[in-house]
Write a protein that binds this ligand. Structure first.
Ligand SMILES: [Zn+2]
Ligand SMILES: [Zn+2]
Length: 308
């Protein structure tokens, strides 16, 4: 079968590989891509196995044993470590990562699989993985009525939509007019620079954006850092704002299996309209070029159909 394989930083090859071996075999229908995949291609990633490595972590396909359409969750928490025991399975210290969606077939442990609600397209269901991370981040956000989102990429847009659905007044900040238009279509206000807000959710993943998020926090505000900065990165933050304004600064990482199911429900109900976030559909052969293409204009997710 055909698969996109990483042989090293910047070295992606689409090649014939042996059939995957594992608990459940899945014929992949759609795998969406995100910045994590671009990072994995360019620099490697801590969740990748040793090279040569299969990747792709937002995957939907059909179980070969039951014929059921499933989302392949990208992680299975161990259930035994201290964070798992405390119910914070996204912080599992012995996580099993389940990658390999950029291939005609993949294998996965049954525990990673989530049933896809009837009527939800494969490409839409694949977005439940990043949407679950947005659901998780909003659950970390507290209850500020006046909410801002910094960054209008697909994660920022998902956060904005979830906050709108909660009835909050949402302002999204992005320098691209196309992304501001997308945010308005989701029910948010959109601006080029932020004022002060009770809740600020950062969805860029760069040190300057972390600082900007903190500078946009009103006294007593909550700041949620959703975008991961590059590995090894250090960030300088304004001490006075953190101390005198009693800011509540929180990280948000990944999601729990229950949040993945919640994301699937939101996509199936249409509360999150995945078509507004879906970009072009490509085959495996175009993946390497598409992942490193500079992004401009609207924020949309690349959809890979490995059967093309
Ligand atoms: Zn992703
Ligand atoms: Zn664990």
């Amino acid at each position: 079968m055909k698969a996109a394989i990483l042989h090293g930083p910047g070295d992606l090859r689409v090649e014939q590989v042996s059939e995957p071996a594992g608990e459940v075999l899945i014929d992949v229908e759609a795998a969406t891509a995100c910045a994590t995949d671009t990072k994995a291609l360019r620099h490697g990633h801590l969740i990748l196995g040793p090279y040569p490595a299969r990747f792709g972590h937002e995957t939907v396909g059909v179980r070969e044993d039951t014929g059921e359409r499933v989302l392949v969750g990208d992680s299975v928490p161990c259930g035994a470590c201290a964070p798992c025991q405390a119910g914070r399975t996204q912080l599992c210290e012995d996580m099993t990562w389940v990658l390999g969606g950029f291939a005609e077939r993949m294998s996965a442990p049954a525990a990673a699989l989530h049933a896809v609600p009837c009527g939800l397209d494969a490409a839409g269901a694949a977005m439940a993985e990043p949407l679950a991370a947005a659901v998780h981040a909003v659950a970390r956000a507290g209850d500020g009525e006046d909410a801002a989102v910094l960054g209008g990429g697909t994660m920022g847009l998902m956060l904005a939509r979830l906050l709108v659905l909660e009835g909050r007044a949402v302002t999204l900040c992005d320098r691209h007019p196309e992304r501001r238009a997308q945010a308005r279509a989701l029910g948010a206000r959109a601006v080029e620079s932020l004022g002060r807000h009770q809740l600020v959710m950062e969805a860029v993943g760069r040190p300057q954006a972390w600082r900007t998020a903190i500078e946009a926090a009103a006294p007593g505000a909550t700041v949620v850092l959703v975008g991961g900065c590059p590995g090894g990165c250090e960030v300088t933050l304004p001490a006075a704002a953190l101390h005198y304004a009693e800011l509540d600064v929180r990280g948000a990482f990944h999601h729990t299996p229950a949040e993945v199911d919640r994301a699937l429900e939101l996509l199936a109900s249409g509360d999150i309209d995945w078509r507004m976030l879906a970009g072009e559909t490509i085959g495996l052969e175009q993946l390497g070029e598409a992942l490193v293409r500079p992004s401009a204009g609207e924020a949309r997710k690349l959809v890979v159909d490995p059967q093309r």
